[in-house]
Design a protein around this ligand. Structure first.
Ligand code: SF4
Length: 429
């Protein structure tokens, strides 16, 4: 038994968890396999934020049952949001699963494998040691304390728990030594980073510390919450050289009554004022957002308030979703999911069409402009990377390698990516 396969769905937090588990399994001497059918150990790292994500995870898990019956030694582990604090029901439903692990709880699998394989796995779970890419994710805070009425995350990922600055800086240094040039500091609500640590620490202190890591080119952070976006964080984005001018600030709904029933804790007007402040303080900042249409009781007029927010603010990116009822949330217990699916679909389409028009105009403004791009790799015969505003840029050049920072003159634009040609290489690699 020596090969493993990790199947991952969902958010960047899940991807970061999988990278960490990979790192631990590699340190145990196991090797990755491209196929979950052939691997000796299969881990499904699941997301249940939306019903169809959970259905997909259940389908994939069930498809592994015949292989397990043929080969009882195969190890199957279920990880991520699908596994809550109590696994009794899951154990009954999926008796062929060997190990259940809640998000970030890798130890049950490590213990199971070290007993089964008779190896000492002490110290295998720790900071990420592999270098998966030029740009990688570092979780800085786990869980969420907000309990928005539509969201299952606090029940599945638990309460907020920050990692220390020292641990995160150490991990960043190790990653940089292995070729990483950009880190995205990750959490369900990164803006509340540090409130549970001793001393008056917040995200801006962490950004300052990571900014000092030599050899690192760029820092991003994801996801912010309007209630916790302190001035010092905005100042850090403006003042720290490596922190990219790009903020993801979900607003979720533009109507104050819907915001109240969502338990978001701010109003339309407060959100708009925050955006004005960020734009005033950080020049050339790009802002992305998340929103939900068709939340319980959302009238046409209330939907229009969301649409107007999109039209007025002109985000660089909008992650939109139709409301999907999740069992166990406050909304599922206290509200009625009463908006018809066709209406939700229609509203989603209106948002997406509007946003496409907006971003077409924003991106066309970049034509003939110079953009600093961190080269990430090659796709379909072209090099690609992202500018500081997180826009995908393609360009052609023969003499290039991933990890370089180059100036690209934009020649073509579209809502989804930019194209250009190399102006000069900054030689920062
Ligand atoms: S802030 Fe709200 S939406 Fe975001 S993870 Fe926490 S509870 Fe969920």
């Amino acid at each position: 038994m020596n090969s493993y396969h990790i199947w991952t769905t969902g958010c960047q937090m899940n991807k970061a968890d999988s990278e960490r588990l990979c790192s631990a399994l590699d340190q145990m001497g196991l090797v990755p396999s491209a196929s979950k059918e052939e691997a000796d150990i299969v881990v499904l790292n699941t997301c249940v934020v939306r019903q169809n994500a959970e259905d997909k995870a259940v389908g994939t898990l069930t498809s592994l049952k015949p292989t397990k019956e043929l080969n009882p030694d195969k190890v199957i582990a279920l990880m991520g949001c699908m596994v809550g604090p109590n696994t009794t029901n899951l154990e009954k439903r999926f008796p062929f699963v060997d190990v259940f692990m809640a998000p970030q709880q890798y130890q049950p699998l490590i213990t199971f494998l070290s007993e089964k394989l008779d190896i000492d796995a002490d110290g295998c779970i720790g900071p990420l040691t592999a270098a998966p890419a030029i740009s990688t994710y570092i979780p800085i805070i786990h869980g969420c304390d907000k309990f928005c009425s539509f969201c299952i995350i606090p029940y599945r990922r638990g309460r907020e728990k920050s990692r220390t600055i020292a641990e995160i800086v150490y991990e960043t240094e190790m990653l940089v030594n292995r070729g990483v040039k950009e880190v995205t500091l990750l959490g369900q609500n990164v803006d509340s980073y540090g409130h549970d640590l001793t001393g008056h620490i917040n995200l801006s202190d962490l950004l300052e510390a990571v900014n000092e890591v030599s050899g690192l080119e760029r820092i991003r952070f994801l996801t912010s919450h309007p209630n916790d976006m302190q001035d010092s964080i905005i100042e850090a984005v403006n003042g720290l050289e490596k922190v990219c001018e790009n903020i993801n600030l979900p607003f979720q709904a533009g109507d104050n009554e819907i915001l109240r029933t969502m338990r978001r804790g701010y109003t339309n007007e407060e959100y708009r004022r925050l955006i004005d402040k960020i734009r005033h303080k950080v020049s050339n900042v790009s802002i992305s957002t998340d929103l939900i249409v068709g939340f319980c009781g959302e009238t046409d007029e209330q939907f229009l308030n969301t649409l107007n927010m999109v039209k007025d603010i002109k985000f660089d990116k909008v992650h939109s979703a139709a409301y999907s009822n999740r069992e166990g949330t406050i909304a599922s217990r206290k509200m009625v999911d009463d908006i018809r699916e066709e209406v939700k679909k229609e509203r989603l389409q209106i948002i997406n069409d509007t946003q496409e028009e907006i971003v077409t105009v924003i991106n066309s403004g970049l034509k003939e402009k110079m953009q600093e791009v961190l080269v990430e790799g090659r796709k379909k015969g072209k090099w690609f990377g992202r500018n500081r505003n997180d826009k995908l840029v393609f360009f052609t050049n023969d003499d290039m390698r991933a990890g370089q920072v180059v100036d690209v003159k934009i020649t073509e634009t579209s809502p989804w990516y930019l194209e250009g040609s190399i102006h000069n290489e900054q030689g920062k690699n």
